[in-house]
Design a protein around this ligand. Structure first.
Ligand code: MSP
Length: 518
């Protein structure tokens, strides 16, 4: 058994309904996971929900519910979202699971035993929204705190602190000597910028139980629960621990008997996160791991934020995109396609309903859908559904598209992978217009030319059906079924061999029906 390619998403707070931003992160992670599997790698893909902390406690209280009952109901709806997004996750973590809580407490005991924590009184300004104390640097020029912090209150309380200051130098060194550790580059520079300019303050890792009950109790002091971020980050190793990962087990509990057969996942290859939680992942998390004696993740991939119509997504103003409503109206494949095609992993994006419709119409209905439909209908009509022998006249373009798209997937450049696929669709549609198979079909003397055209189109459709699978698994499967394959081929490691002459295609139906009236 070899180490799996281990990819994670952020785990979502369960204090509300999932929106476009949550769906985006999960979909891009799923595309990466699928592309890796398709290229022949073994993958472990983890997602889940973050259930503790003040926000969740408050949301439960507001509904008059016990926090656990509240979380149980919401966790079910988030799991349902994962299914409706077509995620191929291997596990789903909930931070209220015993398997997770036990590992958090093991780590706390270990670090406490090593003298990494101290208790102190702190007086400061606290944002419940961010579950964090703010510093003077967080103040606006007029002395107030930005509205995004929510209600900020002054608090004085005793807590446990994790000695971060001692770690400043090596973390800078690590980020500098591992250029790929944080991607894209501008996010890496952002982290290096603040690490080099601001001293790292020690991190408050507890909350008094008198103020916040909804958390994992500190194993060494019943008067406190664990700060939600310390708890949440641990999900990335608690699941591997529970599944017997030898690296995590050896690091955290060397005397515990190994669970067999163990998952080989840690270190994570890729943590996919949004830009707002970069510091937690690129500074706190590596320092926590180093203190535990565990290897660091290989890469943190940071995506931007979606807006709708140029405004922040917000439940209170009703400026939201409900992923499930879009999927119901347009289908899962169109939704996944749009997310990946519209926004590269990195910059911020803007959703407009008109933009969605227009891409659907031009690239899916008139582009890919029309290409497949025209090509296969002609094979049906002119050759009784049998792919003729002949020359693949777009072989060079298809091979180039294949190798570029596969390389782009591997580099997590998903938008680029789709750009290559779209260019091949455009080229093939042009080829139909230029070669006019409808006219040639009327001239029996040109049967050989028609064979070449039909073979070419069948081969292009076949390559596209495999290449597009990580992004649109459903549509790819339908395309391949229409081409006469009962079993979906997802194999990206090498181009498929040419279709045998006489290969029978299946029933032809529109992949992406035109929606002219909408
Ligand atoms: N629970 C923490 C993460 C803990 S990870 C150990 C959290 N949860 S969250 O629900 O607020 O956000 C989950 C993810 O969704 C984050 O990566 C965040 O960046 C992402 N998004 C939230 N809103 C978003 C957009 N509007 N657009 C894109 N992604 C966004 O933070």
């Amino acid at each position: 058994m070899s180490k799996r390619f281990y990819i994670t998403t952020a785990i979502d707070y369960v204090n509300g309904q999932p929106h476009l931003g949550h769906a985006y992160e999960k979909v891009v992670s799923d595309v990466i996971a699928r592309a890796r599997r398709a290229a022949g790698e073994e993958v472990f893909f983890l997602t889940g929900v973050d259930e503790h902390g003040q926000k969740v406690q408050q949301a439960a209280l507001a509904e008059g519910k016990d926090p656990q009952a509240y979380c149980d109901a919401l966790a079910a709806s988030w799991q349902d979202l994962a299914r409706k997004l077509g995620l191929s996750n291997d596990d789903f973590v909930r931070t209220t699971q015993a398997r997770h809580k036990e590992v958090v407490q093991t780590i706390l005991s270990k670090l406490h035993g090593q003298g990494q924590f101290y208790k102190a009184t702190y007086r400061g300004f606290y944002s419940a929204t961010a579950e964090t104390f703010l510093t003077e640097k967080d103040r606006l020029p007029d002395g107030s705190f930005d509205a995004s912090w929510g209600k900020v209150v002054e608090l004085e309380e005793e807590n446990y602190y994790f000695k971060l200051s001692a770690h400043q130098d090596w973390i800078i060194g690590h980020i500098e000597s591992n250029p790929g550790f944080i991607a894209p580059d501008y996010r890496r520079n952002e982290v290096l910028g603040f690490l080099k300019n601001e001293p790292l303050e020690d991190l408050c890792i507890s909350r008094p139980a008198a103020r916040l009950k909804w958390g994992i109790p500190l194993p060494f002091d019943a008067g406190f629960v664990t700060w939600v971020w310390f708890d949440a980050l641990v999900n990335y190793i608690s699941v591997p621990f529970a599944l017997g990962d030898p690296v995590v087990r050896q690091g955290l509990a060397p005397s515990a008997p190994p669970a067999a057969p163990g998952l080989l996942a840690w270190p994570a290859d890729l943590h996919v996160i949004g830009k707002d939680i970069l510091k937690f992942h690129s500074v706190y998390w590596p320092i926590m791991l180093k203190a535990m004696g565990l290897p660091l993740p290989r890469q943190i991939l940071v995506h931007g934020w979606w807006q709708k119509d140029g405004q922040k997504l917000s439940k209170s103003t009703g400026n939201v995109v409900d992923p499930l409503a879009v999927i119901d109206a347009w289908g899962l494949d169109a939704f996944r396609y749009y997310l990946v095609r519209e926004l590269d992993i990195g910059p911020d994006g803007n959703w407009t309903d008109a933009g969605f419709r227009s891409r659907y119409q031009s690239e899916l209905a008139n582009g890919l859908g029309n290409l497949v439909n025209r090509s296969l209908s002609m094979i049906q009509r002119y050759r009784n559904g049998a792919v003729p022998g002949g020359t693949h006249q777009l072989a060079r373009e298809t091979e180039e598209t294949w190798s570029r798209a596969v390389a782009a997937y591997r580099a997590n450049a998903l938008q680029e992978a789709l750009r290559h696929a779209v260019a091949l669709v455009t080229r093939a549609n042009q080829y139909i217009d230029q070669t006019s198979p409808f006219k040639i079909a009327k001239d029996p003397a040109r049967a050989g030319d028609l064979d070449d055209i039909l073979r070419t189109l069948a081969e292009v459709c076949r390559a596209l059906g495999i290449l597009l699978w990580p992004v649109m698994p459903g549509a790819a499967e339908k395309l391949q079924r229409q081409l006469g394959f009962a079993e979906v081929n997802t194999h990206l490691a090498a181009m498929p061999p040419p279709l045998p002459a006489g290969h029978l295609i299946g029933e032809v139906f529109p992949l992406f029906p035109r929606r002219d009236k909408e």
